[in-house]
Design a protein around this ligand. Sequence first.
Ligand SMILES: [Ca+2]
Ligand SMILES: [Ca+2]
Ligand SMILES: [Ca+2]
Length: 481
Amino acid sequence: MFPFARHLLLTVLLLPALLGLPAVAASAATQTDSGTARLSDSRYLVVLDTSTTAAQARSLVTAAGGTVAADYTRQMGVLVAESTVAGFADALRASGLVDEIGADFSWQGLPEGGPEPSSDPAEALQWDMQQIRTEQAHAVQAGARAVDVGILDSGTDGQHPDFAIDGQGSNVDCKRGRDFVLGNGPGVGNPNPCVDNQFHGTHVSGTVAAQANGIGIVGVAPNVTLVPVKVCDTSGYCYASSVVDGITYAGDAQLDVINMSFFVDDNEFQESTEFKCNSDPVQRAFRKAVERAVQYARSQGVTPVAALGNSDQDLAHPVDDDGEPISNECEVVPAETQGVIGTASLGRNSEKAGYSNYGTGATDVAAPGGNGTTGDCRRTVLSTFPAGTYGCIQGTSMASPHAAGVAALIVSQIGTLGADGDVKASPTKVEAMLQNTAIDIGLRGYDECFGNGRIDALRAVTADTSAAADDSAPDCPEYSE
Ligand SMILES: [Ca+2]
Ligand SMILES: [Ca+2]
Ligand SMILES: [Ca+2]
């Protein structure tokens, strides 16, 4: 059981707190048109049981005939192991020390003569990008370097090759990155914002702006700049004060968009709950502080985007673990905070992801976040993992950065460059453009599951606000409940 399964909004098992469920790439080998993306037959991501020590893990790998290529036991209970021994994965899988093991992704056989910008080898696997038409959008607008997207998360691996710009370093701005994780407690992590405390921030970052550089994948807005703002610790906790610091910094630095794929943690260590209630004076203080930070950031030109959460809750009528109604004076923060774009998660057929929260008033837009099982890259979201790797995970954590990426494309298209070098765009206009160019799915018009609809990068960059519906998308089962 992961005590931190709450805050970061992934849906799988690695590091629960952020709003994505981490699932490691593990499914059948996949051939793309370019024939270059495949699962490795010798490199594995090993997700350890929480009680497993580094020494135990190393002994296990060695005994099964493998070597440890990278050790993230301390940060996130994950090892990268290499072995050519048949049955290596099965041996580890049979051990109580290991929760999950999956073959790593590797990208091989890059085209001769240098990469073509439009042919990164794993693009064909990116059903999420196809769903929101990013490739078509990039013919019009692929983002401007002057546009900054703050990734409030666990940090971003600034060394990942998929953030490398040929001959010009990286599009991760480590200098303007910050670490606001509390300086005490069990999960502080590395103070460098360009070293990921886990994997979550790196995955989210790749979805927003992995480079079209002939390697791996392409993000929603590859030509924008990423600014890692660390607010979540190694355990995935994202404490209210860290979050307030991070949002305020985004305002001070006049970032253009921020992504928040988590819910804030409170003073109940390891007992923190998704909902923050006005009846609790401490939680009330957190809510108000976050509200003020969001208000300030918006006044400085920041468009905030957040994940709705992975509890399959109707946020207009939430219930507790026993199914008893919770007062609607309780909210998911920051997704339901005034001024934040709350994002629900879709599977590849544009169905509501089973885990995704929803609810009238709470859901602003819907975006691809995956609706499958751990490691199934056909149904979960492929993006960057630390140490030059990739992983397929799902969650509203994965949906939100798609919306943040489209918001960044909109800023790139409608923003103006101020004399101070800062891009200016009204968050109200950016938000309206994101919502008004979404494609209506589910019940006609705004609805509780999909909000204003499925975001669409092509319509967003061409300011196409004409009515559009996709009737092939399945209705949301929650309508009948
Ligand atoms: Ca790439
Ligand atoms: Ca700005
Ligand atoms: Ca609808």
